[in-house]
Design a protein around this ligand. Structure first.
Ligand code: AMP
Ligand code: MG
Length: 408
């Protein structure tokens, strides 16, 4: 049994960088950037009006109200061919270039047309007001996004404005997934007595996809070593092989012998974690191999804590771990496992601090409780109980502040 930190270090050490490829910006969402991206332009590219109003010289309206001569109109997309002289103004639209001579824009709500050629500016305006100067946000040549950044919608906007119709990203890791278990039936089936629907296959597939992987499903193998070995052969060319189930100490837990038969070198076969202690990790050639415990929560938690970081590291992501925060527990939790425990919880911001409500869970099979959690409260192995009001660390799993207030 090795500690969680050591297991993660081992995994990250073994996860080697994948080559990169170029994709259309449209296809880059959730991929990891494999190049530093510099802007080819100043942003804004010109002194840009932030308001509909009048471009003017601030000193001309210091004693507002003041009447100015209107010398023209500038729309977004037009290049002004006029200059603002003393006592003059130009009607200007949001996003239009501020003409030479003007030092500010007064918004239209603070003006009053006087006649066809004149406007009354009703309030003074400071020099620079409502004007975004050229290059004030980004200078041409500045790196606007660094390699290792996961491309989210905000990064997509930056890439678009930098002219990156194509972007260099890490190749998607190919994940081969085998589910094992005599009792496992497909999702569409109505299980006979003693049978269980395959929830790990779809769950792990979803987790891997969210981590950027391309998933090849190898199906469901019976608990026979020859069947598992045979099914695994098709996955040995993948970057990462995941096997669900069959890694505990039962008589029909035959994944390790099957992996061994195929030439896997094991780096660890047990981790001091709850849930998920039977987690197996190794390498066969260039392929990383994970044996996840079959219990649905164990499978999802160990994927989250070990497989996801491996996939992100392979893609060169700078951040491979979910955020961790300090939380105050609303209810006591126990941990007599002697292992680092991960308790499903609901974290929310309340009264100026983050509080975590541990969810009632029936254990590592309780996938419904796990689905109500937005965080895992981490209880150290040497902390047998945490009282209500005490603090602990929590791993945030998703949109942790979203809360519909429904009873848990
Ligand atoms: P195992 O790790 O194979 O001993 O399985 C542990 C528990 O997880 C058993 O109760 C299995 O029925 C259950 N289980 C294993 N694989 C799956 C799966 N793919 N989907 C849902 N439950 C599973
Ligand atoms: Mg099994």
């Amino acid at each position: 049994m090795i500690p969680v930190e050591e297991a993660l270090e081992t995994v990250l050490r073994e996860a080697k960088a994948l080559p990169s490829e170029e994709v259309a910006l449209d296809d880059a969402l959730s991929r990891v950037l494999a190049e530093d991206v510099a802007s080819d332009l100043d942003l804004p590219p010109f002194h840009r009006s932030a308001m509909d109003g009048y471009a003017l010289r601030a000193e001309d309206v210091a004693g507002a109200p003041a009447a100015l001569e209107v010398v023209g109109e500038i729309r977004a997309g037009q290049w002004p061919d006029l200059t603002i002289g003393p006592g003059q103004a130009a009607r200007i639209m949001t996003g239009a270039p501020v003409p030479p001579g003007a030092t500010a824009v007064q918004q239209v709500e603070k003006t009053q047309p006087l006649d066809e050629f004149r406007v009354t500016i009703l309030a003074a305006v400071a020099a620079g007001a409502n004007v975004a100067p050229r290059g004030s946000e980004v200078r041409a040549g500045d790196v606007v996004l660094a390699r290792g950044r996961v491309i989210d919608p905000a990064a997509t906007a930056v890439l678009a404005s930098a002219g990156k119709a194509r972007v260099r990203v890490a190749r998607r890791p190919i994940v081969a997934l085998l589910v094992t278990g005599d009792e496992i039936v497909e999702v569409a089936a109505t299980p006979d007595p003693g049978q269980i629907r395959n929830s790990n296959g779809p769950a792990v597939t979803a987790q891997a996809r969210l981590a950027g992987a391309d998933v090849r499903v190898l199906g469901v193998a019976l608990d026979r070593q020859d069947a598992i070995t045979e099914a695994l052969r098709a996955g040995l060319a993948a970057d990462l092989l995941v096997v669900s189930g069959g890694v505990s100490a039962g008589d029909y837990d035959l994944v390790e012998p099957a992996l061994l038969e195929l030439g896997t070198t094991f780096l660890f076969t047990k981790v001091a974690i709850k849930p998920g202690a039977p987690l197996v990790f190794g390498r066969r050639g260039e392929t990383l191999v994970f044996g996840l415990p079959g219990n649905p929560v164990s499978a999802q938690v160990t994927f989250e804590l070990f497989v996801r970081p491996a996939l992100l590291r392979m893609q060169g992501a700078r951040v491979v771990a979910r955020p961790r925060v300090g939380v105050e527990l609303t209810d006591p939790v126990k941990n007599h496992s002697g292992r680092k425990s991960h308790v499903p919880a609901r974290v929310r911001f309340e009264g100026g601090r983050l509080v975590a409500r541990p969810l009632r869970s029936m254990g590592s099979g309780d996938l419904a409780a796990h689905a109500r959690a937005n965080a895992l409260v981490v209880i150290e192995a040497d902390r047998p109980r945490v009282a209500a009001g005490e603090t602990a660390e929590a791993v945030l799993l998703g949109c942790f502040l979203e809360d519909d207030g429904a009873p848990l």
